[in-house]
Design a protein around this ligand. Structure first.
Ligand SMILES: N[C@@H](CCC(=O)N[C@@H](CS)C(=O)NCC(=O)O)C(=O)O
Length: 189
C-alpha cells in the first residue's frame, strides 16, 4: 500500500490508522506548497487533489473516513471496528461520518470565529462537543472498552486542537485526548 502523505495534513490520521492496523506501507511525500496534490498523476488517484489518499493495488481511496473504514475491513485482526451485524456497528458508522460531517467543520468555524448557520448541516462547536461527550460517556473509548477507528477520526480533531494550543474546556475530553496520546501508535503532537 502507498499512503500519499504530508506531516502537516489529515494524512497523519490515515497514518495513525495504518499503524494501529500493523500494516506494511510506503509513504509518498506530497509537497502541498509546491501543489504536488494538483498534478495529473495525483489527481488520477484523488480527483479532489487533497491528502490523504491511499493506493492498495488497484484500489484507490480518498476521504479520511473511507480510508479508515477500508483499513478496518482489511485488517479485521486489529479489531478497530465492530463487524457488520455486531452491537455498536450502527453507532460506530455514525460516529465515523459525524467526525467529518459535523465535528470537523464545527471546529473549523470555531477556530476561524465564524458563525455556524444550521442550514449548512452541522451544529456549532459547543453543541458538537456536547454530542461527543455524551457518546463518550465514561469511556474509556467511544465504544466503551474497544478502541476503534471512530476514536482515530474523532480523537484526532481534539488532538489537533491541543496542538494548536486550544483547550476544549471539557475535562472529560481532555482526559480522552491524554488516553489516545498514550497509545504507542498515536498521531504525534
Ligand atoms: N475531507 C477531506 C479533506 C482533505 C483535505 O482538505 N486535505 C488537505 C490537507 S489536510 C489538502 O490536501 N489540502 C490541499 C488542497 O486542497 O489543495 C478528507 O478528510 O480527506
Amino acid at each position: 500500500m502507498k499512503l500519499y502523505f504530508n506531516p502537516k495534513s489529515r494524512a497523519t490520521i490515515a497514518k495513525w490508522m495504518l499503524d494501529e492496523c500493523g500494516a506494511t506501507y510506503e509513504t509518498v511525500l506530497i509537497d502541498l506548497e509546491k501543489r504536488e496534490q494538483k498534478t495529473p498523476a495525483f489527481l488520477a488517484i484523488n480527483p479532489a487533489g487533497k491528502l490523504p489518499a491511499l493506493l492498495d493495488g488497484k484500489q484507490r481511496l480518498f476521504e479520511t473516513p473511507a480510508i479508515c473504514l477500508y483499513l478496518a475491513e482489511k485488517f479485521p485482526q486489529a479489531n478497530l471496528a465492530p463487524p457488520p451485524g455486531a452491537p455498536g456497528r450502527g453507532r460506530f458508522l455514525s460516529l465515523m461520518m459525524y467526525s467529518t460531517a459535523q465535528l470537523e467543520p464545527a471546529m473549523g468555524d470555531s477556530l476561524m470565529k465564524l458563525p455556524t448557520p444550521r442550514e449548512r448541516g452541522w451544529d456549532d462547536f459547543e453543541t458538537v462537543k456536547n454530542v461527543i461527550e455524551q457518546e463518550l460517556g465514561h469511556g474509556p473509548y467511544l465504544l466503551g472498552e474497544q478502541f476503534t477507528a471512530a476514536d482515530i477520526m474523532v480523537g484526532s480533531m481534539f488532538i489537533w486542537q491541543r496542538l494548536w494550543g486550544v483547550h476544549t474546556g471539557r475535562p472529560r475530553l481532555e482526559a480522552y485526548v491524554d488516553r489516545l496520546l498514550a497509545r504507542p501508535a498515536a498521531m504525534a503532537l
